[in-house]
Design a protein around this ligand. Structure first.
Ligand code: OGA
Ligand code: MN
Length: 302
């Protein structure tokens, strides 16, 4: 008789290193609740999950995303963008049709970031599905922020405990100014929330570094000079190669990542080639502060 305790509906294969797993779960449009629960668990356990070989229409992707939680509307790609049929869909693409970009993020490098950290309530999961990929470049890297916190030198941990980062709403992660901003605004008063540097994950209960993005960030409780020095030290540590995994895309891939404990970045690629991805994001919860000491340690962080 099969051992019921060992019976699973998915195959979860963790990647070497400290982040990510590939999950075989069959066709994502057809997951029953028990299979979905295993996939959701894998996302919390491994921070980033890869599912290969999928083909989702826009409604399919949004329906899949809703199983992880309520979806959040995507930011407009350009000023005056017409009301969209699917407000919760973001097209991530460099393709230009009739002089108009069909999506955001272009073909340049997207620096390390956690999605929409500049919102009061940043998203929990992001789900990205690849439709067209360039022959080379455009890889996406992911970095484990539980591990970044756990390996933080003690003096740096003491220096950031109880501190918050002001996140800047003006720029996209591809470095483009959003509609309505000039770039001349004073950094200390730019629109954007403050979030704790040490964040307690509401589902795992574990603490992670929550840095958002390096450009224009400020630690508001200290002087501008101290803030720069602290952020430089934090980023030198958190963007280090030992904490990350890089994905080379195939058409049909889905990547699901948890913005509460993961940062990601994207390599540039040849502007002459096409890359088209569809993304949706789940509404998160207000970031809550951790102390980097009393929380449980995440199993993938050491
Ligand atoms: C995103 C993002 C990276 C990529 O969609 O939030 O950062 O590889 N995408 O397209
Ligand atoms: Mn992103």
């Amino acid at each position: 008789m099969p051992n019921a305790l060992l019976e699973t509906r998915t195959a979860v294969r963790p990647f070497a290193g400290i982040i990510g797993a590939e999950v075989d779960c069959g066709i994502v449009q057809q997951l029953d609740d028990a299979t979905f629960a295993e996939l959701h668990r894998a996302c919390l356990d491994h921070l980033v999950v890869l599912i290969r070989g999928q083909s989702l229409s826009i409604p399919d992707l949004l329906a899949f995303g809703r199983r992880f939680g309520e979806l959040s509307p995507a930011a407009p790609v350009h000023k005056g963008q017409k009301p969209r049929e699917y407000p919760e869909l973001a097209v991530i693409s460099n393709v230009v049709e009739n002089g108009v970009a069909i999506g955001g993020l272009g073909d340049g490098e997207a620096v390390w970031h956690s999605d929409s950290c500049f919102n009061d309530i940043p998203p929990s999961f992001s789900i990205l599905h690849s439709l067209e990929i360039p022959p080379a470049g455009g890889d996406t890297g992911f970095s484990n922020m539980y591990a970044a916190l756990e390996t933080l030198p003690p003096e740096l941990l003491r220096a950031v405990r109880g501190k918050t980062i002001k996140h800047d709403l003006r720029y996209t992660s591809g470095g483009q100014l959003r509609p309505g901003y000039t770039g001349q605004e004073d950094i200390r008063t730019t629109p954007g929330p403050r979030h704790p540097v040490i964040r307690r994950h509401p589902d795992t209960g574990c603490d992670a570094l929550y840095l958002g993005r390096r450009p224009y960030a400020v630690i508001t409780e200290v002087s501008a000079g101290e803030s720069e020095a602290l952020l430089d030290a934090l980023w030198a540590h958190a963007a280090g190669p030992t904490l990350s995994w890089h994905h080379q895309w195939r058409v049909g891939d889905i990547l699901i990542w948890d913005n509460r404990c993961v940062m990601h970045r994207r390599d540039a690629f040849d502007p002459a080639s096409r890359r088209i991805m569809h993304r949706t994001q789940c509404m998160g919860t207000l970031p809550i502060e951790g102390d980097g000491e009393t929380a449980a340690r995440h199993p993938r962080s050491h």
